[in-house]
Ligand binder design. Structure first.
Ligand SMILES: [Ca+2]
Length: 414
């Protein structure tokens, strides 16, 4: 893909990819109604843009009937522009990222889903060669196993972004693809929904990705990644990975242990070596065993040599075609292993720059909340809500207001 989906929907709070945004900042997308900023608003300049666009669409073979259906009730969504302008590319640490996207709740739900859909996941594995636990992990990562498919009308969202112009050409392509999806009757106009940036359904495919990779698994004539039945969506995720070079029977990678004094300079996806070479360098499995050989591999040290280390094989790159972020790739791999029954990572992450471990941060959040300074949960990830709570607490006890955690602050709460 030319455009990384991570780039497109980074920090996306509206649906799916919850891991990129603080889980506490998610907007409500309940069926009972969208927030007002996601309802069409009068905008004559947008309307003129749509008129001109429709001429371009007709010249590209989109019928009047499709255009009428697509734009009926569609309109300018101010909330979409606001999200697009305020995207903060927060580079989360792997530890924080995993605490959000692959925590114990996500693992338990993944195990339940894998069991509940074992029949269809097995069929998908036989057809595409992508294991059930990996497909389930993608499902969990993209839409929290279908719980967050996105309720924002795609035509309105992507036409607003195409009109707005910051990434106009890209979103006009998405809009054109969305119209072809409607023309093909994969989905009705009313059900063509997704995130504010047009990522759709269980798999959070943008329209051009849908066109390239979505499949109709049962052959009923529709590629349906939106409905409660996730069959097509799960098959589409597997088809995408298969087309991205997934090799059946091979793992994505594994956590490894490094010998004392190991040179971090050997890490990086560009530095592939044979397994024999990694073995010679003293790299072992996390439990100290001999490395398995699945072809050449690269070593990833997302938080340096004193934090969990990973060796990644060819299939890791297939995952990155889905979403070009190493944290995402490790997140999928780790969650898929956990869904398969594996335990947490062997090596602990070192304390953060303030000297706090994740357990310290969770305790801090619990204690602040107990004192009436709501941190919005105690996941160990200190987002804007935790910072505000720390600031309010600091103000209340008359110390310098920094919003930054510290061991002293934690001790004062105990
Ligand atoms: Ca179908």
């Amino acid at each position: 893909m030319q455009f990384s989906r991570r780039w497109l929907i980074a920090a996306l709070p509206a649906a799916g990819l919850a891991g990129c945004a603080s889980p506490h900042s998610a907007i409500s997308t309940s069926r009972s109604g969208l927030p007002p900023e996601f309802l069409p608003q009068r905008n004559p300049a947008y309307d003129r843009w749509v008129q001109a666009f429709q001429t371009r669409a007709r010249s590209r073979g989109i019928s009047d009937a499709t255009l009428r259906t697509a734009f009926q009730g569609a309109g300018f969504l101010p909330g979409v522009v606001e999200r697009d302008r305020n995207q903060t590319e927060t580079k989360r640490s792997l530890e924080d990222y995993l605490a959000i996207v692959a925590n114990d709740t996500k693992v338990a739900e993944g195990r339940r889903k894998r069991a509940a859909f074992s029949g269809i996941l097995g069929e998908i594995e036989r057809r595409y060669g992508v294991p059930a636990n990996v497909v389930a992990a993608v499902w969990g990562m993209e839409s929290n196993y279908g719980a967050r498919r996105g309720d924002i009308p795609v035509i309105s969202a992507v036409s607003t972004l195409a009109y707005d112009g910051r990434r106009g050409a890209f979103f006009e392509k998405q809009l054109m693809a969305a119209l072809r999806i409607l023309a093909r009757r994969d989905v009705s106009a009313a059900n063509l929904t997704g995130s504010w940036a047009g990522a759709m359904g269980h798999t959070q495919f943008i329209p051009t990705t849908f066109e390239a990779y979505a499949v109709d698994f049962r052959g009923d004539g529709r590629r349906d990644i939106w409905s409660d039945d996730p069959t097509d969506a799960l098959a589409s995720a597997a088809a995408y990975l298969a087309k991205s070079g997934w090799r059946s029977g091979q793992p994505w990678g594994l956590e490894v242990s490094l010998p004392a004094g190991f040179s971090a300079g050997l890490a990086g996806r560009g530095n592939k070596r044979s397994i024999a070479s990694w073995r010679d360098l003293g790299v072992r499995t996390a439990s100290g065993g001999t490395l398995p050989d699945h072809g050449s591999a690269a070593l990833l040290l997302p938080q340096g040599p004193n934090a969990p280390a990973f060796l990644v094989f060819n299939n890791f790159n297939a995952i990155l075609r889905y979403n070009n972020s190493e944290n995402y790739g490790i997140g999928i791999g780790y969650l898929s292993d956990r869904i398969n029954g594996a335990g947490p990572l062997s090596k602990a992450f070192p304390p953060d720059r303030n000297g706090l471990t994740i357990n310290d941060r969770k305790e801090l959040q619990r204690l602040l909340t107990a004192r009436g300074f709501d941190t919005g949960g105690a996941d160990g990830v200190l987002g804007t809500k935790s910072q505000a709570a720390i600031s309010a607490y600091q103000r209340s006890i008359g110390v310098a207001v920094t919003g930054e955690p510290s061991l002293t602050l934690l001790a004062s709460l105990r």
